[in-house]
Write a protein of this length. Structure first.
Length: 261
C-alpha cells in the first residue's frame, strides 16, 4: 500500500508523519524506541484505513520543543493536531509510551474519536516487570521482544551507527517523560473512567516490561473496554505479531461499527 512522508504544522511545531491507505482515519502513536517507518502492521491496517503515523516531537534526533515536559503535553499536542487536520471519527491506536499518550488524550477529549486501542500501554503503576532504564542499550531493546530474531533485527536497526543521534535523543526525552515516577502517572487511573469510546486493550503474552496481569488493571479502569492477549509477542506485539494485532483492531472496529448502525 502506497505511503509517503508528510509534514504538518501544529502550533509552533512541524510534525513529521507517514501517511498511507484509504478509509476512516487511524492515528498510530509509537513507542519509546521511536518511529519505525512503515512496518507490516501499518501495511495491513492501510488496506482498511487512512493510516497516519507521526514521530513524536523531540524524537528521531530532533530537538525537543520547549513545551515538552510530560506525557500530558504530548496528549494535548495531538489534540491540537486533530484540530489542525480536522479529523473526525478517528481510530486512535497507541503502543507502550504511545498507549500512555493515547489514554491521557482520551481522558481529556474524545469528541473526535470513534475508537481507542491501547497496545501494552505504559501509564499505570504495575508490580513486577523489567525497568528499561536499568539496562544497557542492547539489553533494553532485547527485553522488548519475545522472539530472538525480532530482537536481533531491532538491535541491528536501532543501534546502527547512523541511528546513534536518534537513539540518544529518544532516550533523553523518554527519561524526561517517564523517569520519575517510573513509567506511570499516579493521577492517570483516577480519570480513565472518562473514556467513553469503544476501547480495545491488547497485551503481548510474553511481555517482560509490563506483566500480562496489568491488562486486568486497564480493563477495570476503562468502562466497557475489551482486553485481548496476543500470543508469541513481548512488549511490542504490533512488531512481533502484526497479523494478530491488525486483525484484532480491524475486527474490533468493524464489530462496533456494525453495532452502531
Amino acid at each position: 500500500m502506497a505511503h509517503s512522508p508528510v509534514t504538518v504544522p501544529v502550533r509552533d511545531t512541524t510534525l513529521r508523519l507517514w501517511r498511507g491507505g484509504a478509509g476512516a482515519a487511524l492515528l498510530f502513536l509509537h513507542d519509546a524506541t521511536g518511529a519505525a517507518g512503515w512496518p507490516p502492521v501499518f501495511e495491513m491496517l492501510a488496506k482498511r484505513f487512512d493510516v497516519l503515523a507521526p514521530e513524536h516531537p523531540g524524537y528521531g534526533g530532533e530537538e525537543p520543543p520547549a513545551w515538552l515536559d510530560r506525557v500530558a503535553d504530548l496528549s494535548n499536542f495531538y489534540l491540537d493536531m486533530l484540530d489542525a487536520l480536522d479529523l473526525e471519527q478517528l481510530h486512535l491506536v497507541g503502543a507502550s509510551l504511545g498507549g500512555w499518550i493515547a489514554a491521557e488524550l482520551a481522558t481529556r477529549n474524545t469528541s473526535r474519536l470513534a475508537s481507542l486501542t491501547l497496545i501494552d500501554p505504559l501509564g499505570l503503576r504495575v508490580a513486577g516487570g523489567i525497568d528499561p532504564f536499568a539496562t544497557n542499550d542492547e539489553q533494553t531493546i532485547r527485553d522488548l521482544f519475545h522472539d530472538k530474531a525480532a530482537a536481533d533485527a531491532a538491535v541491528k536497526r536501532l543501534l546502527a551507527p547512523e541511528a546513534e543521534d536518534a537513539l540518544l535523543r529518544n532516550k533523553m526525552v523518554t527519561a524526561k517523560l517517564a523517569w520519575q515516577p517510573r513509567l506511570h502517572d499516579p493521577h492517570l487511573a483516577k480519570w480513565l473512567h472518562r473514556i467513553d469510546v469503544p476501547t480495545l486493550i491488547l497485551w503481548g503474552e510474553a511481555d517482560r516490561i509490563l506483566p500480562k496481569a496489568a491488562l486486568t488493571q486497564w480493563e477495570r479502569a476503562i468502562p466497557e473496554s475489551r482486553g485481548r492477549v496476543v500470543p508469541g509477542a513481548g512488549h511490542l506485539p504490533h512488531l512481533e505479531n502484526p497479523d494478530a494485532v491488525a486483525g484484532h483492531i480491524i475486527d474490533f472496529i468493524a464489530a462496533h461499527k456494525k453495532a452502531a448502525s
